[in-house]
Design a protein. Structure first.
Length: 241
């Protein structure tokens, strides 16, 4: 399952690159998120040989930047500039909070456990809000299905990650292998659902880009036509004099 989940994690990042979405709005944050988790999976499963200390620090770094990257991507679903600004301010607060915890307690498992809690809560809350909103839009207006699938995959993933966080970090379960198995299953399913959402969303983005190009071309034609009519107007007036 570790290998399968690693492949599943690589697919969304690869799709974002292949479908040229990396430079579109906040998709770069999602791509980097999947690359970080994918690389950590390869390290923990032994497909990339590295020192245990390096793997531990990579995993802790991955957990710290997880929420900021995901919140940055979730600004893609924001319908207003005011909400986008609030989300970016929240990202800044989380980074300041993480820095403060590391300075006071050091960079270790205990500090990462503290840092992850508000990040998981924030991401899950926004996923739930955007999921409800996008589902209504998809059902009522029959559009933006890709967006609904993307946020559904994130809602499912972070809902399960919150449970895993409670089991692994807070309760310190002895069933570590079972916890990792659940994590791999959740990651695989959510990543595949994300792939479906990205493919559908890319088609919508392509249509929007084509529409923008058409509008731009029509605007240029209108300006040229308007300019010609302005030039011919004095000639027409002289003709009638």
């Amino acid at each position: 399952m570790g290998l399968i989940s690693s492949i599943a994690l690589f697919l969304p990042a690869a799709l974002i690159l292949v479908m040229r979405l990396a430079g579109y709005k906040s998709f770069a944050a999602l791509m980097f998120y999947y690359f970080f988790v994918f690389s950590y999976n390869l390290l923990t499963e032994g497909y990339i040989t590295a020192d245990d200390t390096l793997i531990q620090y990579w995993g802790m770094t991955n957990n710290v930047i997880d929420a900021p990257l995901m919140l940055l991507f979730l600004t893609y679903f924001s319908a207003t500039s005011d909400l986008t600004r609030r989300m970016r301010f929240l990202i800044l607060l989380l980074l300041v909070f993480a820095t403060g915890v590391v300075v006071l307690r050091g960079f270790n498992v205990e500090s990462v456990t503290i840092i992850m809690a508000p990040g998981l809560l924030a991401v899950f809350s926004f996923c739930l809000y955007f999921f409800i909103r996008q589902t209504k839009i998809t059902i009522i207006h029959r559009k933006a299905t890709g967006k609904a699938l993307i946020v559904a995959s994130l809602l499912f993933a972070y809902g399960c990650y919150a449970i895993i966080y409670i089991m692994f970090y807070l309760n310190k379960t002895q069933h570590v292998a079972d916890t990792f198995l659940i994590y791999f299953l959740v990651t695989t399913f959510s990543s595949l659902l994300m792939c479906a959402g990205i493919i559908i969303e890319r088609k919508r983005v392509q249509k929007l880009e084509e529409l923008k190009i058409t509008r731009r071309e029509l605007s240029m034609v209108y300006k040229e036509t308007k300019g010609r009519s302005t030039l011919t107007t004095p000639i027409d007036k002289d003709r009638f004099n």
